[in-house]
Design a protein around this ligand. Structure first.
Ligand code: F6R
Length: 588
């Protein structure tokens, strides 16, 4: 959440366009406001900020151009202070401009103290205490470096910070604590919240560790540990795959990412051969994840208990460390996170590491992400960059890895899994049908998704997709739970979307379908050829290919993604950047 970038031009060239390019890549991290600050040729800080998505800042720049050969930029996802221009970053205090991703947890005490010293605050942000601390240091005669180091020793919380001083016109100072930050070295020396934002300006990157800080100039980068001793961290060459290839022929990233699922699944299975030894001496599995990744974990529980016979618990990572969980010996912990940066998941894993000897396996879509650096081993989903805020291809790729683990002793299932992407291709032809259905559902105020067994998490995921991009209220339920309360919600205006494949639970789910139909006329059933003919004519039927029952959850989520997308299009929402959300959730 929040994206930051900083860049120093080679040969004094203007960096504004490059910073804007970087901010475009970081927009998925927040789009409540954006801003840019540069040092102009007279070493004066010049700043432009705009509320809303990046195009507002670009429009302002077109009429009120600023330029400079060193600059910082920011996309905001508001935490402290409403999304207004005065709260947009960069935050300035006379000689200093700051961009920040994270939360200064002791900002209230610091603000109180700074105000007593006569500091005046212009914004409601926690970040302003960083700028004020730096300015107070300068006013008291400290050098920028001394002021920066003192500030780092004073603030608590999470941060990725980039700071420019007008008194030190060739340097950007940066620091990291629990928020992602990558430094780029090459044609330009630069810093960004992720590698894609800076990949076109540099050839090598350094991933800062927590507590580390650095000084970037056009001649090089100096790295320091938390005690400010100089260090030489390892550098990584940038690979082609991190460069986002754009939307191509598609209107939205989400649409492109839905369509990419067959190839994402093929690549994921090709590059992840599961070594059976990962389960040696394991008697329990604990899965930690949030949101869509949590739903992948819920599906895995069904598979793991059925095929591995290992008791499995799935926990919402944001809840996990705030109770007193018992971690039994010989537990394998699986952390699932597309971004690899979700703070709730990272902190839950840190909790496990402190309180047990459990090994942690991470499943992530982003190479060298924070989770990969704290896990004992990592499987990467090879889905490629997922830019749409609503997760699609990363989810099915996570399921492919989890299925490969679950079926490790069943060669015939592993073989079937290899041919599964062909069925996904077939399902992707349902766009027309989903579009027709979307016309029927797009004015609903509320929708219900139901499923049983491993289709229950898919009902939750279908509902999540719909609510996050169309803003229609939607809930997923275990089909059998409806009669224990939620059934009261059903009337003719509430569509009930039932996931009812031809499996051993068909008859039970079919009864739930009938019960829904007796109370509302808008019942839609996703099923396969086997049983579709026995469903009442009043039901809208979506027929999916008949596949092995174990793979049904992976297949059935795809039309639900397409349905949510089609409904969002009709409702004219910003599909790739839905309101209030950000893709990488780095605050608790
Ligand atoms: C929903 C969605 C979110 C994420 C959640 C966890 O479409 O994308 O619910 O799944 O924020 O993110 P990761 O997987 O990056 O940890």
């Amino acid at each position: 959440m929040c994206g930051i970038i900083g860049l120093i031009g080679n040969n004094e060239e203007d960096v504004v366009d490059q910073i804007i390019l970087g901010l475009e890549k970081l927009e998925y991290r927040g789009y409540d406001s954006s801003g840019i600050a540069v040092l102009d040729k007279d070493c004066k800080i010049k700043r432009l900020r705009a509320v809303g998505k990046l195009h507002s800042l670009k429009a302002k720049l077109a009429v009120d151009r600023i330029s400079g050969s060193i600059g910082i930029g920011h996309n905001r996802w508001a935490t402290h202070g409403t999304p207004t221009e005065k709260n947009a970053h960069p935050i300035i205090s006379k000689n200093v401009a700051v961009v920040h991703n994270g939360i200064v947890e002791n900002y209230k005490e610091l603000k109180f103290d700074l105000k007593k010293d006569g500091c005046i605050f212009d914004s409601d942000t926690d970040t302003e205490v960083i700028a004020s601390l730096l300015q107070r240091g300068i006013n008291n005669g400290a050098s920028p470096r001394e002021a920066f180091r003192k500030m780092l020793q004073t603030i608590e919380g999470s941060y990725a910070i980039a700071v420019m001083f007008d008194l030190l016109p060739d340097t950007i100072m940066i620091a990291k604590q629990r928020s992602p930050l990558v430094i780029g070295i090459g044609a330009n020396h630069c810093v960004g919240s992720d590698i894609t934002s800076i990949a076109s300006f540099c050839s090598e990157v350094v991933y800062l560790e927590d507590g580390e800080n650095a000084e970037i100039t056009k001649d090089g980068v100096l790295f320091f540990n938390r005690n400010f001793n100089q260090i030489e961290p390892s550098r990584h060459r940038i690979s082609i795959e991190v460069i986002d290839s754009g939307k191509g022929k598609y209107q939205h990233y989400m649409q492109k990412e839905i369509m990419e699922q067959p190839s994402a699944l093929r690549r994921t299975m090709l590059y992840n051969k599961i070594d059976k030894s990962i389960l040696n001496d394991i008697s329990r599995i604990l899965i930690l994840a949030c949101g869509t990744s949590y739903h992948a974990g819920m599906v895995a529980k069904y598979w793991f208990e059925k095929f591995l016979k290992i008791p499995t618990t799935v926990e919402i990572a944001s809840e996990y460390r705030y109770r007193s969980p018992v971690i039994e010996p010989n537990t394998l912990v699986i952390a699932i996170t597309q971004s690899g940066e979700t703070i709730d998941t990272i902190e839950a894993v840190e909790y496990v590491k402190i309180h047990s000897n459990s090994k942690v396996l991470a499943i992530s879509n982003v190479k060298n992400s924070a989770i990969s650096r704290i896990a004992d081993f990592v499987f990467y989903t090879e889905a490629g960059a997922e830019i749409g805020v609503a997760s699609t291809k990363a989810f099915t790729a996570q399921l492919a890895i989890l299925a490969s683990i679950a079926f490790m002793h069943y060669d015939f299932l592993i073989q079937e899994l290899q041919s599964f992407p062909t069925y996904c291709e077939e399902v992707l032809n349902l766009y027309g049908a989903m579009n027709d259905l979307a016309h029927k559902l797009c004015d609903a105020k509320s929708a219900i998704y139901i499923g049983r067994g491993s289709l229950y998490p898919i009902a939750l995921e279908g509902a999540l997709k719909l609510k996050e991009i169309s803003y229609i209220h939607a809930e997923g339920f275990a089909a059998g739970e409806m009669k224990h309360g939620p059934i009261a919600l059903i009337d003719d205006n509430v569509p009930v979307i039932c996931l009812c494949p031809d499996n051993e639970l068909f008859d039970k789910t079919h009864s739930n379908v009938q019960v829904a139909l007796a109370r509302g006329k808008n019942v839609i059933v996703f099923t396969d050829f086997g049983k579709s003919e026995i469903l009442s004519d009043e039901i809208t039927k979506i027929i999916l290919p008949k596949i092995h029952v174990e793979f049904v959850p992976i297949l059935y989520v795809i039309p639900l993604q397409m349905l949510a997308y089609s409904i969002a299009l009709l409702r004219n929402t910003d599909v790739d950047k839905p309101r209030n959300l950000a893709k990488s959730v780095t605050v608790e």
